[in-house]
Design a binder for this molecule. Structure first.
Ligand SMILES: Cc1cc2nc3c(=O)[nH]c(=O)nc-3n(C[C@H](O)[C@H](O)[C@H](O)COP(=O)(O)O)c2cc1C
Length: 211
């Protein structure tokens, strides 16, 4: 028997959870040595052909101006080792502090970008060119077309397949940074044959135990 829950109505709010938490790297147009990192939880995937990502930033963020003027940003995925940095870059402004230096992080060149750098050690970077900026009220929505995706090679298998389940990615859940848990299923598992399901799940289990 399903449990009977009762519900309370809250005021309208953006309660979608979990969200990703990403570190966006960007730099000043004409002065690319002036680089910055900003944390965003309101980042998303909005189109596949062409690949377009979104990030919603308040106008007052230092990075807002850097990205709007340079027309570039890089979305760096956050793993457990970058989790503290993600918090720090979300509570300090690049106007006041060189966040990467403070954290002992390095930038690296981002393929396809002329100004924005990528964050070294991040598992994946999505190097984006701004296509549109849509003012929405509190935030401006930046739509960026992905010019290149760079992945850390230790996350690739012998055949070049990407294993993001091994990256130790972190999600943001209503104010908390949380590790992702065990694999519960894979795309299409709800309709997969039992043998296929068991074989695939055994592979994930072996990989987990061999870590
Ligand atoms: C977990 C987390 C998520 C955040 N997500 C966003 C976001 O999606 N958009 C935004 O404008 N600010 C967001 N912020 C706040 C900015 O990261 C923060 O104001 C930062 O200090 C701005 O840096 P900047 O002035 O160097 O650009 C977030 C902060 C944290 C800690």
């Amino acid at each position: 028997m399903p449990k009977n829950y009762s519900y309370t109505t809250l005021p309208p709010a953006t309660m979608l959870n979990p969200t990703p938490v990403v570190l966006i790297s960007c730099a000043e147009k004409g002065k690319p040595e002036n680089r910055n990192l900003v944390t965003a939880a309101w980042a998303g995937t909005v189109n596949s052909e062409p690949p377009i990502m979104s990030v919603s930033l308040r106008k007052e963020r230092y990075s807002h101006g850097l990205i709007a003027e340079s027309g570039e940003f890089v979305i760096n995925l956050v793993d457990e080792r970058l989790c503290r940095a993600a918090d720090f870059c979300g509570v300090r402004s690049g106007r006041d502090v060189d966040k990467a230096r403070e954290l002992g992080l390095r930038y690296r060149a981002a393929e396809g970008m002329s100004t924005a750098p990528a964050l070294d050690t991040a598992p994946v970077s999505l190097n984006c060119r701004v296509r549109q900026i849509i003012p929405l009220g509190s935030h401006d929505l930046f739509l960026g077309e992905v010019a290149a995706v760079q992945v850390r090679e230790d996350l690739l298998d012998e055949r070049g397949g990407l294993h993001l389940e091994r990256a130790g990615l972190v999600a943001y859940n209503h104010g908390l940074y949380q590790r992702l848990g065990d694999v519960m299923g894979f795309f299409g598992w709800s309709v997969a044959r039992k043998e296929v399901f068991q074989k695939r799940m055994a592979q994930y289990e072996r990989k987990r135990n061999s870590k």
